[in-house]
Design a protein around this ligand. Structure first.
Ligand SMILES: Cc1cc2nc3c(=O)[nH]c(=O)nc-3n(C[C@H](O)[C@H](O)[C@H](O)COP(=O)(O)OP(=O)(O)OC[C@H]3O[C@@H](n4cnc5c(N)ncnc54)[C@H](O)[C@@H]3O)c2cc1C
Length: 297
């Protein structure tokens, strides 16, 4: 029986595994995919080549610690997790069954993309999925944010402090919240509701977005586009017995502990804010909390 089983090989899972191994825990990390979701250096016309320090460099160091430890990794999909008396049983698609005293869920979330012409080509060239990482590169520029949920609202509020003008492009309508009230009063934020992005334009860098409302279509010239559409947390494996919020994020306390003793969670699958850099810390914290939990038993 393992001390700890970690499900997920993104920033949170990899850091959790490296931290657990450093504590000499008998740990196993199971992942469909090794490495996190897309991280990239943002390049802009007037600062080509400038790179923001993302979690990627840091993550590489943790990943290298695990690369030669074949016995701690299994590249497979977990299909079932069952809580048993004092331990957990984890079944994988290829038919392996593992048992662990503790569990870390680091399964991330499924992102929603725009799926329009220009999106893939201009990602990293003005198009970003992370305002927390890239907003500061757009000082004094005009930018657009697509989305309507809390993440889109935060991105618009953040960018309003840095950019010259922010177009908030809302696919349906903005909910009535204190933050949306504030955004509506913010001078350099222009909100358009019931609008669709149909194309991201630009030769090498983002130069504008084409949007549509009913039969009308027009172009908004911007240097940056932030895509903040809803994501679906990959929490189905434990959702029936671990507390989640209304959107399926696993609820964790400050020690990354969930409502089920011995189950910890880190990264995009939780309600903690998304950024690779943050999740590297969250993964390490979850592993240390699992270690402390084992020490107390
Ligand atoms: C397009 C895009 C661009 C982004 N750009 C940036 C950026 O520039 N800067 C930044 O800081 N953040 C960025 N983010 C956000 C960042 O990538 C995420 O916050 C981060 O990757 C989350 O880490 P995680 O470990 O929680 O999950 P993930 O990185 O999503 O990893 C989840 C892991 O769980 C595994 N998994 C899921 N289900 C199972 C299962 N059933 N069995 C086995 N394994 C499973 C997956 O294979 C994967 O290994 C971006 C996100 C996207 C989608």
């Amino acid at each position: 029986m393992y001390d700890l089983i970690i499900i997920g090989g993104g920033p949170a899972g990899i850091t959790a595994a490296a931290t657990a191994i450093n504590q000499r825990l008998d740990a196993l990390i199971i992942a469909e995919r090794w490495g996190g979701q897309t991280t990239y250096a943002m390049q802009l016309e007037d600062m080509e080549g400038r790179e923001i320090i993302t979690g990627e460099t840091l993550l590489d160091a943790f990943r290298r610690q695990l690369d030669y430890l074949d016995f701690v990794r299994d590249f497979d999909t977990v299909v079932k997790v069952m809580p048993e008396e004092g331990h957990f049983i984890v079944d994988t698609r290829r038919g392996d069954r593992y048992e662990g005293r503790t569990l870390i869920m680091a399964t991330g979330a499924k992102p929603q993309r725009l799926d329009v012409p220009g999106e893939a080509r201009l990602t990293g060239y003005g198009l970003s999925y992370s305002a927390a990482t890239h907003a500061s590169l757009f000082l004094g520029k005009d930018v657009a944010v697509v989305g309507q949920g809390r993440r889109a609202q935060w991105a618009a509020a953040d960018l309003a402090r840095k950019a010259h003008k922010v177009y908030l492009l809302v696919p349906e309508s903005l909910p009535d919240t204190p933050l949306t009230h504030r955004l509506r009063r913010t001078e350099n934020v222009e909100i358009t509701e019931q609008v669709r992005v149909v194309e991201v334009q630009g030769e090498r860098f983002v130069e504008g977005v084409v949007v549509a409302q009913g039969s009308a279509e027009w172009k908004i010239p911007v240097k940056g586009l932030f895509v903040k559409l809803p994501r679906t947390p990959n929490s189905a494996l434990v959702r029936e017995w671990v507390d989640c919020d209304e959107r399926g994020h696993i609820i964790v306390d400050v020690h990354s502990a969930t409502s089920w003793p011995g189950v910890f969670a880190a990264g995009d699958v939780t309600h903690v804010s998304e950024q690779a850099l943050v999740h590297i810390g969250e993964g390490a914290k979850a592993a240390l909390s699992a270690y402390h939990y084992l020490l107390m038993r």
